[in-house]
Design a protein around this ligand. Sequence first.
Ligand SMILES: Cc1cc2nc3c(=O)[nH]c(=O)nc-3n(C[C@H](O)[C@H](O)[C@H](O)COP(=O)(O)OP(=O)(O)OC[C@H]3O[C@@H](n4cnc5c(N)ncnc54)[C@H](O)[C@@H]3O)c2cc1C
Length: 469
Amino acid sequence: MHPIHHPTHNGAPITEDVAARLAAQTVGPVLLPGNEGYDVECASYNLAIPQQPAIVVGAVNAADVQAAVRFAAEQGLPVAVLATGHSALPSAGALLITTRRMDAVDIDAEARTARIEAGVRWQQVVDAAAKHGLAPLNGAAPTVGAVSYTLGGGLSPIGRTFGFAADHVHLIELVTADGELRTVTATNEPELFWALRGGKGNFGVVTALEFALFPVSQIYGGGLFFPGEQAAEVLKAWGRWTAGVPDELTSSVALLQLPPVPEVPEPLRGRLVAHVRIAYLGTAEEGERLIAPLRAVAPTLIDSVTEMPYTAVGSIHADPPTPIPFVDRSALLREFTPELVDTIIAEAGPGTGSPLTVLEIRHLGGAFDRRPEPTNAIDLRDAAFTFYAVAIGGPDQAAAFQDYLTHLIQALQPWSTGRRFINLMGASDANAEGVAAAYPPETYERLAAIKRSYDPTNTFRVNHNITPA
Ligand SMILES: Cc1cc2nc3c(=O)[nH]c(=O)nc-3n(C[C@H](O)[C@H](O)[C@H](O)COP(=O)(O)OP(=O)(O)OC[C@H]3O[C@@H](n4cnc5c(N)ncnc54)[C@H](O)[C@@H]3O)c2cc1C
């Protein structure tokens, strides 16, 4: 490959004439700040992270992405990518490529694979695969973008059975910093293939992905909602219970502070609840037997655990589908002990005035601990649980949220591995130090060396950035 040396962009706004040169090469729109449609084009899920790029390109196909990346190189602009904005970072001064128009999903039922384009959201894949009795390793939220989720590992509500979504990728189409469209597989550019599966958006713009599907059409799943006053008992019981569950059972527990709005069912409205989320790939009878100890902890406010079609998997976590402003932070936990539960309850339990809307612990282990073949850049085997906390609110609350979250993450230190799962790493941890600490040192060094080969001038830096070695 031939690395290109970028001129440094002088920070001056891009003129209409210069933008028109790019627009002449793309099928999709090219917009500057102030142009009609610019704000809609830049719309993103996390309203707390403003998207005000120097120029935005609504890519329709891989050729549009290539033209945009080459133009950015010419102009000395960093390249940012926006699919849905569930994990977007500020794109001021960048060329932003939006991928929502690239939304094709093709299922090969015989080969049990899906090929998806860059802008596809998970529910589209779930629905298309379900027509053939198949399922992807989608995320908890149906509206999350499938490509970025997979590049960041991909922790699925059925992941303990099959492993990370990134473990099952066969092929990646990618536009690198030199504007080339590459087909990356285990045999064709194996180092890049290793790095892309876990190194997220650092190596280029992915235009399409191909991955395995699994023969899952029904699950026994849903949620057990307990009053917040019972949170300590519920969390402790769930922690003990996870030690004995089979790999076919994936679960998580959350403290949710639900808003007093009509969309929230009456028994949960406006209150703190403990929410156990279950997805079991087995019979309802066996599932019932497995979760009986959780049902016995306390009377539930709502018990929605039942047999369901896989297409309803998004209802298990029931994450908010519409854009919200939020601040999030995360950690990886070695263990989930009663002492840790006491710390969580003291910081975020009933009566603490915690500003969190969601505090979530997911059970890892099972197939998450197996090394895939070929290996990839995701390795969380020293962690047994993920921890993720979200505070919802506008810019006036952001500083208070950050202070609270910094204190909370500090309080978890005795149980933390010190690393992070890249997909759940909030924007505030997405600095050079934070991203380097997310990976084991040897993994980060290998990623940084591959970054240097493919993106030596760090064109792709509006992300959870790996600094070129
Ligand atoms: C409500 C919610 C639920 C979630 N649930 C889960 C879950 O169950 N499991 C899990 O693993 N994660 C989960 N996540 C995290 C999620 O996987 C990441 O936030 C993911 O990056 C979102 O991708 P996106 O395309 O939706 O977001 P975007 O903000 O559009 O993309 C995030 C970043 O990915 C990069 N990117 C996007 N598209 C491309 C591309 N085509 N090529 C290269 N880089 C690209 C860019 O750097 C971009 O900034 C959740 C997040 C939220 C907010």
